[in-house]
Write a protein that binds this ligand. Structure first.
Ligand code: SAH
Ligand code: SF4
Ligand code: F3S
Length: 473
């Protein structure tokens, strides 16, 4: 995997008459895959493209420029990019035949990992830009429009944060704000340290300024994001390193912000100060996404996770002591090389011991350049599939039980959008559950107590009561 490069390869001949007849700088479509960080980056790229005169297209078919903001985390994610690029290449040649311009940009983690290879593999791609270089999109597009084919995969994170300081355009009442990027953990299955680089934190002042701008524009819930968000060590107002709980405390004082979340945390950085914040900050949602990956100490060691199952269970116990109603979610990988039936049973035992509100689970996918992929004790696909099905059945049972236990309770719901049916309004509980109730769009942005009357498979139905306390969950 190349970590830094700006490579240019010979341009493709332009479509006949493209330059004369194409309606330049019209609409762009940014399609995002992968994690919250990619969602955030996609929005920033959309903002940058708006500055260049591009409106937002509803789909690829409606666009003059398509950005695929890609994910490299599992093989399937990467394969999807190339099949999508094939489709876009056909669209580009159709447009070319009509004398119209169509540009294809590949951004995100596949761009970072494969760089110039993307240009070689798919000749229709105009520009490849990694996640730490996309703040230069404007300049890179100008060069691409002049006929250069560029792969820009420089790790210029600090420059990126500085360039993104411009107030983002809010899209609704909830928003992500990046606090930290990159990963120094090097779990042996994972590509993220290679695609996102070393851990870098933004300053408190930068994050606060972004959050204040969002709040002034109507955002009520802010999720602080980072690949290892609880490893956050940004500079505070006095130039000293601040921790995530201190950042959250600072953000809780911003007028208009009524709910805070953070994701994703690594167990090893889950210190007591952060756990205590769940007791001392009422607006910090009682929900923590804390990936564990496996319940087997042997597998956790092989994964280079730096914690064992007991360490994880102890964090859960301390979180529950700080905030008894706290709900947990996690990520699991089944079929890591060498995983035995007994190892897998240990994962099921950990799940039973914790009781998760929701979770993500995956079959191990060997990734090029990671130590796990080199191992010669890979697990057969059918074993992985069987284990995943058993794991998901247990997690689904827990999710349904968690939702059913909400029935009869009153949960503070932040309303985000109109519901699926007329006269309905939809939002989220503090525990990330989708909630709908009767109500009009004037309630969007309000946090109201909702008494849950029924739990469906994917959402809760409730009735709205009177607000109880200001600024609370
Ligand atoms: N700390 C990160 C994790 C990113 S990857 C964060 O910010 O969320 C998200 C999840 O993908 C991981 O927790 C892990 O469960 C899964 N994952 C990562 N690499 C994988 C691989 N090679 N195969 C299967 N799942 C993987
Ligand atoms: Fe990947 Fe591990 Fe870093 Fe998360 S902590 S991004 S799983 S290497
Ligand atoms: Fe995927 Fe990159 Fe996020 S690999 S999960 S988009 S950090």
């Amino acid at each position: 995997m190349s970590d830094t490069a700006s490579t240019s390869i010979a341009p493709l001949p332009l479509a006949p008459n493209a330059a004369e007849t194409s309606p330049a700088r019209t609409k762009a479509f940014v399609k995002s895959y992968g994690c919250q960080m990619n969602v955030y980056d996609a929005e920033r790229m959309t903002d940058l493209l708006a500055g260049r005169g591009y409106g937002e297209a509803a789909s690829e078919d409606d666009a003059d420029l398509v950005v695929l903001n890609t994910c490299h985390i599992r093989e399937k994610a990467t394969d999807k990019v190339y099949s999508e690029l094939g489709r876009l290449a056909r669209l580009k040649s159709e447009r070319g035949a009509e004398g119209r311009d169509f540009r294809i940009v590949v951004a995100g983690c596949v761009a970072q990992a494969e760089g110039v290879e993307v240009l070689r593999r798919q000749r229709a791609v105009d520009l490849v830009v990694g996640p730490q270089s996309y703040h230069r999109l404007d300049e890179l597009l100008t060069r691409a429009e002049a006929g250069e084919r560029i792969a820009e995969t420089d790790f210029a994170v600090a420059d990126k944060f500085a360039a993104l300081r411009r107030a983002p355009i809010p899209r609704g009442v909830t928003a992500f704000v990046t606090a930290q990027e990159g990963c120094d953990k090097f779990c042996s299955f994972c590509v993220v340290p290679y695609t996102r680089g070393a851990e870098v934190s933004r300053s408190v002042a930068e994050i606060v300024a972004e959050a204040e701008a969002l709040a002034a524009a109507g955002v009520r819930e802010i999720t602080i994001i980072g690949q290892n968000v609880n490893a956050y060590r940004g500079e505070d107002e006095n130039g000293a390193p601040a921790t995530l709980p201190r950042l959250l405390a600072r953000l809780s004082r911003i007028e208009g912000v009524t709910r805070l979340r953070y994701t994703t945390s690594h167990p090893i950085d889950m210190d007591q100060e952060l756990i205590d914040a769940h007791a001392s900050l009422p607006m910090l949602a009682p929900f923590v996404h804390l990936p564990v990956q496996s319940g087997s100490n042997r597998v956790l060691r092989a994964m280079n996770r730096r914690h064992d199952a007991d360490f994880y269970l102890d964090i859960v116990a301390r979180l529950r002591a700080a905030r008894p109603d706290i709900a947990l979610s996690s990520d699991f990988i089944v079929g890591f090389p060498g995983e035995t039936d007994a190892d897998f049973e240990a994962t099921l035992a950990l799940i039973r011991a914790v009781g998760f509100a929701s979770s993500f689970s995956f079959k191990y996918s060997p990734r090029p350049g990671t130590p796990g992929a080199e191992r010669d004790d890979q697990i057969a696909e059918d074993v992985k599939s069987e284990r995943l099905a058993a794991l998901q059945a247990l997690l689904e049972q827990q999710r349904q039980a968690f939702n059913a236990a909400t029935v009869g309770r009153t949960v503070e719901t932040l309303f985000e959008k109109p519901g699926r049916h007329g006269g309905q309004i939809a939002g989220k509980s503090p525990y990330m559950q989708a909630v709908h109730a009767s109500g009009g769009p004037e309630l969007i942005g309000s946090i109201l107590p909702v008494t849950i009357v029924a739990a469906g498979s994917n959402s809760l139905a409730g009735t709205i009561g009177e607000p109880m306390r200001e600024g609370a969950l």
